[in-house]
Structure formats: C-alpha cells, structure tokens
Ligand binder design. Sequence first.
Ligand SMILES: *[C@@H]1O[C@H](CO)[C@@H](O)[C@H](O)[C@H]1NC(C)=O
Ligand SMILES: *[C@@H]1O[C@H](CO)[C@@H](O)[C@H](O)[C@H]1NC(C)=O
Length: 312
Amino acid sequence: MAMKRLLLLLKPFNVSAPPPSQTHPQVLHFLDSRHKMHHEAVNFCQAIVKKKSVQWKAVLRNNLSEPIKDVDMVVTVGGDGTLLEASHYMDDTIPVLGVNSDPTRIEEVEKFSSEFDATRSTGHLCAATVENFEQVLDGILEGQIVPSKLTRIMTSVNAHQLSTFALNDILVAHPCPASLSRFSFSINSLAPSPKTSPRVNCRSSGLRVSTAAGSTAAMHSAGGFPMHILSQDLQYMVREPISHGAVSDFMHGLVEHDQKMDTTWSSRRGVIYIDGSHVNYSIKNGDFIQISSKAPVLKIFLPHQLLQLKNT
Ligand SMILES: *[C@@H]1O[C@H](CO)[C@@H](O)[C@H](O)[C@H]1NC(C)=O
Ligand SMILES: *[C@@H]1O[C@H](CO)[C@@H](O)[C@H](O)[C@H]1NC(C)=O
C-alpha cells in the first residue's frame, strides 16, 4: 500500500516541566535538557517528513479524541507512553512507527544515581530515534520495512465490550491499593465447549493480564516471564495472593490465544485499568469480566532486535 498521508503524533512539550517544589540545580538542568531534546526531535522529524512526497500533519497526543482514520501511517514522537496512547485510537488497518525522542542514556543514569533518577524516555516498542528516523522512514515508504501484528487484549464487562484495547496490560483491582480485591476466575475455551476448567477463588491485590508486548513491562517487574513479542497468548498473574494449597498453582499462567479468562468480581468496588491509569472503568460486586486476545491487532514497525529475540 502506498503511504501518502502521515499523521505525526507528538508527546506534549510541558510534561517535563519541573514542579514548583523542585529546586535541585542538577534536576532542573536535566529536565531542561529533556525538554530541549524532545523539542529538537519533533522539529527534526517534521523537517524529514517535509522532504518526502507525502501529505502530513502534526497533532499533540492530548488533542486526540476520535479514532484515527484517513491516514496511511501514524508516527509517534515521544516514548512508549505516546505510542500506547496512540494505539488506543487505532484499529488494525493503519500501521504505527514509534520514534523515541529522548532515549535514556545509561552513563547519565549511572552518573546521577546517588542524586536522582536520570531516566529519560523508554522506547521498547519504538523502531526509530532521530539517529535512524530518515533511514527507517525511507525503508517504510519504499516498502522494504513491513509492519508486524501485535496482539491486544479485549475486555468485556457483563457482555458489554470496552472500547479500548490494551496493548500492554490490564489491571483489575480495588481503587484503594490497601484494600483487598476479591474475585474468582476460570480459563475456558473461546469455542463453545462442554468442558469447563476449575474455578479459582482469590483474595489478593488484584489481577494483571498482559500481552506479549506488555510481558516485559509491569508483568516482568512482578515476576512474570518475557514472552516472544509476536506471541498471541496472554499472561495473567494474581497480585499478592492470599492463597494456600493447590490453588496457588493457578496464580500465574497463560490464557492461550484460543482461550478466555472468565472473572467474577466480588469486592464492593473495583476498577479495570487499561495500559496505565488514564483509561479506566469502574466495576462493582457481581460484575462478570471476560478477557481474551480477540481484539483487533496493532500493526507496528518494530525494532528488528525485538523480532530476533527468542523465547526466554
Ligand atoms: C491542540 O489543541 C489546542 C486546543 O484545542 C489547539 O490550540 C492546538 O492548536 C492543537 N495543537 C495541535 C498540534 O494539535
Ligand atoms: C481514571 O482516569 C481518569 C482520567 O484519566 C483519572 O482522572 C482518574 O484518576 C482515574 N481513576 C482512577 C481510579 O485511577
């Protein structure tokens, strides 16, 4: 398909503005440098796109409110957060390329480790930086670089499908982090089947379900295993389970691509968080939540080293 219309989606410029309480000179200098790097990356990407024979426009990610259509490709300029947010407005027809506008510099993080956290943008899913943007863009426009298809999570509550598909993960938990989450689940075949798996009752800090793309994010921090990026399975983990005996075997596992996780919520209050905290849905006692990988995929130009990684 010819790429004629590009949408550049930009991380806002004010996100690294220091809070008024921040007076540490090195932190202020660091935040100022982050702001400049992002600004320069945005200008740079726009200058490159201008040279190509494509129509394009730039939109701030916060200005998105409608599903993205009428473009042939989306380029996000920011980090994984900007890419995740863009994905929530995309179906399985338009591919996306992530440009990490301000990659973390390991030497800098080490240099300041005893002073503050000098981590810049994470761009796990971003195939480009300003260093290789033009080369990658040319490869895409010439059809030499093709997008991969990433599995996303579809969630429904009482048979009503939520409109946002998770690219990384969902968290189902009580809105108060100190409160107990009560729920039960079973993992069943998506196809009608007489066989139902055992129901597991849990008291815990909630339930996290991740995609392969999200398996190296919060799921990994929680003790989960990294999955091959193109896996169509989901990984689930009950957080901090209060469990005993045989049930504990079911606290972490896979929901395979032809399965779904049927969950009944039994705390008074609960929230389903999709890819972080900004997209969330309230649930209540008795709600039935179905989780599967049957969402439309996301077409994305991935960093090639990510595609080469074997299952670990
Ligand atoms: C974003 O929205 C604001 C307010 O509606 C508007 O002033 C601005 O031009 C928009 N900018 C971009 C780049 O989308
Ligand atoms: C849900 O999302 C809204 C909008 O992004 C945010 O203001 C709110 O704090 C979130 N709610 C919870 C319980 O995290």
